[in-house]
Design a binder for this molecule. Sequence first.
Ligand code: TRP
Length: 341
Amino acid sequence: MADRAKPRVVSGMRPTGRLHLGHLAGALGKWADLQVDYDCMYFVADWHALTSEFADTSGLTGYAYDNVADWIAAGVDPERSTLFVQSLVPEHAELYLLLQMVVPIPWLERVPTYKEQIDQLSERDLSSIGFLGYPLLQGADVIIYDARYVPVGDDQVPHLELAREVVRRFHQFFGEVFVEPQPLLTHFPRLPGLDNRKMSKSYANTIDMADDAKTVRKKVMRMFTDPKRVRADIPGTVEGNPVFIYHDAFNPDTAQVDDFKVRYRAGSVGDVEVKVALADAINARLDPLRERRAEILARPGRIREILRDGSARARTTARETMERVRDAVGLRYRAGQESAP
Ligand code: TRP
């Protein structure tokens, strides 16, 4: 349960699809580890998902539950951490609105992800206020809980820089109310997709956390390797080869991996042998997760209950913060505040 002697960590994930090995090697593995030293709050960023997925919201809640099943499978423990849903704590939106009063629009326009995403997702209409405000909402998500640290990938560091600048500007007008959140950078391997393009569900090149052992093996067998290596007795390239990137990320038997690398470079091991060992390693890693996932899903309504309880707890803290914030801003209507007529 929440332990305030430990510094607070807050992080969120958008429910826009199933989680895959990229999530597990990255944010999710980290989330589980952080529970030892931090008071962790992890949430479903469903409003953030809406900023780009508003045209089709049919998958939203389904992905939310499915993602949380994977969080728990990966070792995020609802007894130790607070798991909640952003939209079930509407105080995030109130804080976001008050922050908007002091944030110049150009601060948002110059956030690197803003223009990048508009270019990359050119088939979407991202001209909304909601999309422009994405990083500001993210700031509200964490400062409302006095988060000291926010585990993020390097692409999200500018969002936290913005959050800190916003906190400072808010303090200039209204006095000290917030903690400035710091990024907790995670240096994890960027996993490529099975086809060596960027891993993305739209390329159908992911291994999903919920894939069964047979599916994992099938996917690994069709993974790209060194395209120049047309026969097993030709020396191959290990660097940038997806099969070896995955071995490094998921095979704990480093002696085996080193041996494969030596033999691969020498042209004395076939792709199939390397891939079978990789599929085995991934399946060994996923087996305990599959068990925990099946356990939690065998209890109907359990995930909904975890999120409802967690959201209620998060909301208690968020409400306290908002009383402080309203006082600071000068919105004082509670009994005993200011002079009622
Ligand atoms: N922007 C994050 C992402 O896409 C998701 C997110 C929303 C988040 N609010 C947050 C992450 C607050 C950390 C803290 O990955």
